[in-house]
Design a protein around this ligand. Sequence first.
Ligand SMILES: NC(=O)c1ccc[n+]([C@@H]2O[C@H](COP(=O)([O-])OP(=O)(O)OC[C@H]3O[C@@H](n4cnc5c(N)ncnc54)[C@H](OP(=O)(O)O)[C@@H]3O)[C@@H](O)[C@H]2O)c1
Length: 270
Amino acid sequence: MLRKTALITGASGGIGLDLAVLAARDGFDCVLIARNEKKLIELKHVLEKRYQIKAYTFAADLSQPDSVSHVLSYLEEHELTIDLLFNNAGFATSGRFAEIDPSEDINSIHVNVVALTELTKRLVPGMIDRGFGRILNVASVAAFMPGPYMSVYYATKAYVLSFSEALASELDGSGVTVTCLCPGPTDTNFFDRAQITLPFKSMPSHLVAFAGYRGTLKGKRVVVPGASNRAMVTFAKFLPRRLLTEVTGRIQNPDQQQQETPEEEAAFSS
Ligand SMILES: NC(=O)c1ccc[n+]([C@@H]2O[C@H](COP(=O)([O-])OP(=O)(O)OC[C@H]3O[C@@H](n4cnc5c(N)ncnc54)[C@H](OP(=O)(O)O)[C@@H]3O)[C@@H](O)[C@H]2O)c1
């Protein structure tokens, strides 16, 4: 029987690396995509040795408009058919919208939204023809609320959630499922890259990846890992939208964070 193949974007670290380990452990061949080729090759060697699968690496900057076409050409060249697609690569910008480098915001839209949509669009028809496919799109709890001072990031994740739920509904009965993973703060390189210091504890990446991976194999539509994250999402659904936005803005306002005394912070969070 032909072995199935998983494609994982953002496999060079964090949640994507853990997703690749889970797929390889289950015997799936893996196509590993990210910019850092050295890390991808290191991971390829570990996965092949440990799990006796075949791993392929392709270094791509998904913020570049033609990057997905290059990925597709690579798959064709190697005669690879993708059965599991993990659209995981993503990053955030933070600060006042007017002050963030415009190219950084645009790049984040390309990685978080455009590349994810294009990869799905190009790979889904084959999955439908074969009557099997599993797609995991990584959003965030940020998908459930507007996020002042990370406005573009929150909006990209709202897109990912809406797109994933709609596509899952369209594909019902086709053998292809779409799962949207919505993590809360997770212990990866994500916050360093976004230049944010987290004031609270984050979830281990492998637990987040496991929840998303298991949900994907089961064909679940939305996975929010962790009880406190699920409580936050429920809270967000019931709070008036404007109040929710003010609360998120208050938490994320870089000036407020500097000015508040510990007593003020405690009063606000109680
Ligand atoms: N960590 C959190 O708290 C958290 C919470 C909610 C949602 N998420 C989401 O989870 C996903 C994974 O993030 P993470 O937490 O694992 O962060 P991470 O450790 O920073 O990993 C991000 C991955 O995306 C890749 N990536 C970033 N920019 C890229 C680009 N231009 N082209 C190709 N690949 C790129 C990175 O690889 P290279 O740098 O090698 O390109 C890396 O493999 C993201 O979609 C993120 O939005 C994270």
